[in-house]
Design a protein around this ligand. Structure first.
Ligand SMILES: Nc1nc2c(ncn2[C@@H]2O[C@H](COP(=O)(O)OP(=O)(O)O)[C@@H](O)[C@H]2O)c(=O)[nH]1
Ligand SMILES: [Mg+2]
Length: 323
């Protein structure tokens, strides 16, 4: 896209130059004019660019609402700006696009591992993280990854099997606990998830473990009972962080869903899973812009080590159109 843009801008600046060197002017005037004359970006010069950008953003699943907003911001930044050459204009344009995207994405000041460490240094209390989100987006797997990350840093973990709803969910977390050699707290299916969380926190306190990671049943924001259950868990264990797990393949439906979760129970941030698949990932930009909470990590596979810090610049490079 940018090569095309550069070409277009080259023509634009050349046209300006043609105007400058009209035969009547003396050589001296010509040179002066050439040096002094700057091209000012007009709306029509960037129309095609904005259209290309719009298509590119939509094609990676950025929402229409956000795409419009980004286009407007970029237009306001660029129209009227003075540039000396096509190269400059292409550079300024790209810089503006990147800056605009950067503003919409929130990266945490401290990632979870650092936050846990900080709290553990200050108090005797374990750091409690509640993982929520729709079914199948990767909550249980992400808990294994976060536990692995913490354990590698020397922090003991307790996993709470508070998905007492879906068949095999307790066994799934139990397998991870065995594999990672960490503690699992569970009750039977149908048990009150808040009670499981309470036990897990108590266990962490008495055994001096630094973090409690709570697995919950996947749910829709429309299910009142299940949403109330999350509120109850929050009251009982008062998590330090409530993290929403969303898969990068989720597309635009995820934006509304995450926003509703935030309105109903309050979220502190996100982890985006399945970035290793052919996910387009644009939904995370829309979610971040809408809910205004940081994205902590990205999931890049099905193994415990497949969790990376979310970094804005990496993400922007990933979704920006090329050529
Ligand atoms: N490729 C890939 N698969 C993942 C990732 N995270 C989770 N999964 C898979 O997605 C499926 C659902 O994950 P699970 O943790 O059970 O989701 P939950 O229902 O939210 O607890 C499982 O097959 C996981 O292995 C990821 O980052 N990349
Ligand atoms: Mg699960």
């Amino acid at each position: 896209m940018f090569n095309k843009l550069k070409q277009k801008l080259q023509n634009f600046v050349e046209e300006e130059k043609k105007v400058e060197i009209k035969p009547k002017a003396s050589l001296e005037t010509k040179i002066k004019k050439k040096v002094k004359r700057k091209a000012q970006i007009k709306e029509k010069d960037i129309t095609e660019l904005l259209e290309n950008l719009e298509l590119s953003l939509l094609s990676v699943d950025v929402s229409l609402e956000l795409t419009e907003k980004l286009k407007e911001n970029i237009k306001q930044e660029l129209v009227g700006k003075e540039v000396k050459a096509a190269e400059d204009l292409a550079e300024i344009t790209l810089k503006t696009i990147k800056e605009t995207l950067t503003q919409e994405l929130i990266q945490p000041k401290n990632y979870l591992v650092e936050e846990v460490k900080e709290k553990n240094e200050e108090t005797e209390e374990p750091y409690v993280i509640l993982f929520v989100g729709p079914n199948g987006h990767g909550k249980t797997t992400t808990i294994a990854k976060v536990s692995h990350m913490l354990q590698k840093e020397g922090t003991g973990t307790v996993l709470a099997a508070a998905d007492t709803f879906r068949a095999a969910s307790i066994e799934q977390l139990e397998k991870w606990a065995q594999k990672l050699d960490t503690k699992l707290i569970k009750q039977g299916y149908g048990a009150d998830p808040a009670a499981v969380c309470y036990d897990a926190k108590k266990h962490a306190q008495s055994s001096n473990k630094g973090a409690v990671l709570i697995d919950t049943a996947g749910r829709s924001e429309l299910d009142k009972n299940l949403m109330n259950q999350l509120e109850k868990i929050k009251k009982v264990v008062q998590p330090d962080k409530t993290i929403y797990i969303t898969e990068a393949v989720a597309g635009n439906a995820a934006v509304h869903q995450a926003n509703e979760f935030n309105k109903k129970i309050g979220l502190d941030g996100f982890i985006m899973t399945k970035v290793d698949t052919d996910a387009k990932g644009g939904c995370i930009l829309s979610i971040s812009s809408k809910v205004k909470k940081p994205i902590y990590y990205i999931g890049t596979g099905q193994n415990p080590e497949d969790l990376k810090k979310f970094e804005k610049q990496w993400f922007i490079e990933k979704i920006l159109p090329r050529n």
